[in-house]
Design a protein around this ligand. Structure first.
Ligand code: ADP
Length: 416
């Protein structure tokens, strides 16, 4: 059942990445519709277009097409029968440079796949599409579509449009990496469990001390899988409602105390102290109670995992004036190894760890900070980490105040 839940979580998180592709498809459909429409548009002279055409019926036809090119959001070129660029919209000028008009297309593009598409489209009945990488000033990935606009001199006048698919390809890459990472993380404990089960069924069947030892390891590995599945489910739930802003007014002080109670056993076991300081009269925030609890739990857990035994973990909550308005800032500080600066920008990536085996041995999944980042983004808050290697880290987040909201519903929270 839990394995099904993990797969569902994986699928849901992966589906989150798919939204970009849907948006791109929508955009492509809009462009196709527009192209069909622009063919039927009345003749209107285009502005600011350099052209080597003579005044003729051909120019009138081209002017009709130029209106379409200027209106298109994506980069677009019109190429004459002699393969010279007749017109370029703002996007194309950005991509290929301001002087693209009147240049030979072969000099502008220098991309064999696009030039081949142009060659084929000149005689084909239907538009020709190719996907290419390393195009234009941004070296991006583009879906290039070449459509005939009719005869021009000895050749064919062509409309070449470029849809930027760089982000879609990156997102696909991330989804593939994510599924590979998650599967790998799940496979490791499963392999260990299977190995021990086989040993207990065979050679160690009658070995009482070995059975005890193996069952302990099996329990630890099963617990690891369980934590990973819980984190995957959390991520998928957060992905699902990331565009829905929380509506509830909440006091963070009782939540901090709650987390202290939940982690009390672990704190005691490591001779740690949790020093909580909440500014007097701390205003309420607009937040989802369970999600803020999860953020606090993940951050204090990390302070426990990566801080030194016997040291104090601090949690400070203060009102602050931030660029986005008044906020409450909660900072969790530890004394430990700290984090080298080169790791800081990547810590909120899924499965990114500085030391994978240390994280695993401490029960980490590599998803804690990714979950924190997504929750804080949903709350329109901010998240930052300040760390000194060898000294420790302060991981802080902000949440917007309830008083700045008009649609807030108050809920009663028990003070501790
Ligand atoms: P994990 O389950 O591995 O702890 P997280 O997403 O919570 O995953 O954190 C990612 C990585 O960031 C950790 O593996 C660890 O290397 C580093 N990290 C997080 N918090 C701290 C901290 N307070 N001090 C030092 N390193 C930290």
């Amino acid at each position: 059942m839990r394995a099904v839940a993990a797969l569902l979580a994986l699928a849901a998180v992966a589906a989150g990445y798919g939204l970009g592709a849907i948006a791109i498809l929508g955009l492509a459909a809009a462009i196709v519709t527009f192209l069909a429409y622009s063919e039927a548009m009345p003749t209107t002279p285009a502005h600011a277009v350099r052209s080597d055409d003579t005044l003729s019926d051909r120019a009138a036809g081209s002017a009709r097409a130029l209106v379409g090119v200027d209106a298109l959001g994506d980069p677009a070129l019109i190429v004459g029968g002699n393969l010279r660029v007749v017109a370029a919209n703002a996007g194309a000028r950005r991509l290929f440079g301001d002087r693209v008009v009147a240049d030979d297309l072969r000099l502008v593009l220098r991309h064999p796949a696009v030039l081949d598409a142009v060659h084929v489209a000149a005689t084909a009945a239907a538009p020709v599409e190719r996907e290419v990488t390393g195009l234009g000033s941004d070296n991006g990935a583009y879906r290039v579509r070449v459509a005939s606009l009719g005869p021009d001199g000895g050749g064919t006048r062509l409309l070449v449009t470029f849809v930027d698919v760089t982000q879609t390809r990156l997102t696909e890459r991330m989804r593939v990496d994510f599924i590979a990472n998650a599967s790998h993380e799940l496979r490791t404990p499963v392999t260990t469990l299977l190995g021990f089960i086989e040993t207990l069924q065979g050679p160690a069947a009658e070995d009482e001390p070995a059975r005890h030892r193996f069952l302990e390891i099996m329990h630890r590995e099963a617990a690891r899988m369980s934590r990973l599945i819980d984190d995957l489910l959390s991520l998928s739930r957060i992905e699902l409602d990331k565009h829905v802003r929380p509506q509830t007014a909440l006091d963070v002080a009782p939540l901090i105390a709650d987390v202290g109670r939940t982690l009390a056993v672990r704190l005691d076991a490591d001779q740690r102290r949790l020093a909580i300081r909440v500014a007097e009269g701390l205003p309420s925030v607009v937040a989802d109670r369970d999600q803020v609890l999860q953020v606090l739990h993940n951050l204090v857990s990390n302070a426990l995992k990566y801080g030194r035994s016997g040291t104090t973990i601090t949690v400070d909550a203060d009102p602050i004036d931030a660029a986005g308005g008044a906020m409450v800032r909660v900072a969790v500080g530890d004394q430990g190894d700290g984090i080298a600066p080169e790791h800081l920008p990547r810590l909120t990536e899924r499965f990114y760890r500085i030391d994978t085996s240390r994280s695993r041995s401490m029960g980490g999944t590599g998803l804690g900070l990714a979950i924190v980042k997504h929750i804080i983004e949903r709350h329109r808050g901010t998240f930052d980490i300040v760390s000194k290697p060898g000294e420790g880290s302060v991981v802080a987040f902000t949440l917007p105040l309830a008083s700045t909201e008009t649609t807030v519903t108050r809920v009663a929270v028990t003070k501790v």
